[in-house]
Design a protein around this ligand. Structure first.
Ligand SMILES: [Zn+2]
Length: 206
């Protein structure tokens, strides 16, 4: 039994949707212990992700949503580390834009608990940025991994296909702003924050 670790990396590539392509940097989050881990999202580069894994057994690749900058190398990584890809079924249509003919290995349903080492991550279905966006919350760590649902500075983007602004605001208010304020927020892009810092931020919807 070893202590829980959260390891982090950054990898660069592109995000494409609605016929446009953007350069983006994505966070790589790996949570577990010295022996086993969960990989949260599979952006851009298998070697960059495997550098963060560091040879540990991967129990699952947990996708916060199916935008191509978060799942681009998921099938290749899954084969390389022999782990299943988990995705909320409401993002099946978005997933198919990047990986037609390939299915994720399992569904990330709201309330599901994924155990790694001595801790569990709870799936919070937080639609809005995409229909099947989820956050992964660990009460034990006091951490929530929010993908592109909540960033330092506010909600994720909702200007493109499959997104809805009112839905993401409701998800954040009902599922994230109800977590303990001291909870650390590890995001899909950019800096980490806390629930308290985002609660205290003046909101355009206030
Ligand atoms: Zn996204």
């Amino acid at each position: 039994m070893t202590d829980v670790r959260v390891d982090h990396g950054v990898t660069a590539g592109t995000f494409s949707l609605d016929g446009e392509t953007f350069e983006v940097e994505n966070n790589i989050w790996v949570v577990g212990n010295d022996d086993e881990c969960l990989v949260i999202d599979a952006p851009h580069s298998v070697p960059d992700i495997e550098a963060v894994i560091g040879g540990r057994r991967v129990l699952a690749i947990v996708c916060t949503h199916a935008h191509d900058d978060h799942v681009r190398v998921a099938p290749e990584l899954a084969e390389d580390v022999d782990a299943p890809i988990l995705l909320h079924p409401d993002d099946a249509e978005v997933w198919a834009l990047t990986h037609p003919g390939i299915e994720p290995d399992g569904p990330l349903m709201d309330g599901k608990r994924i155990v790694v080492g001595d801790i569990a991550l709870e799936v919070l279905h937080t639609p809005g940025h995409s229909p099947g966006s989820v956050c992964l919350y660990s009460p034990d760590l006091g951490v929530v991994f929010t993908g592109d649902t909540l960033f330092e500075g506010g909600p994720g983007a909702t200007g493109r296909s499959f997104s809805d602004h009112d839905t993401i605001v409701a998800s954040i208010q009902q599922r994230l702003f109800t977590l303990p304020p001291e909870t650390t927020v590890h995001t899909g892009h950019g800096s980490s924050t806390t629930i308290r810092a985002e609660l205290d931020r003046p909101s355009e919807d206030a």
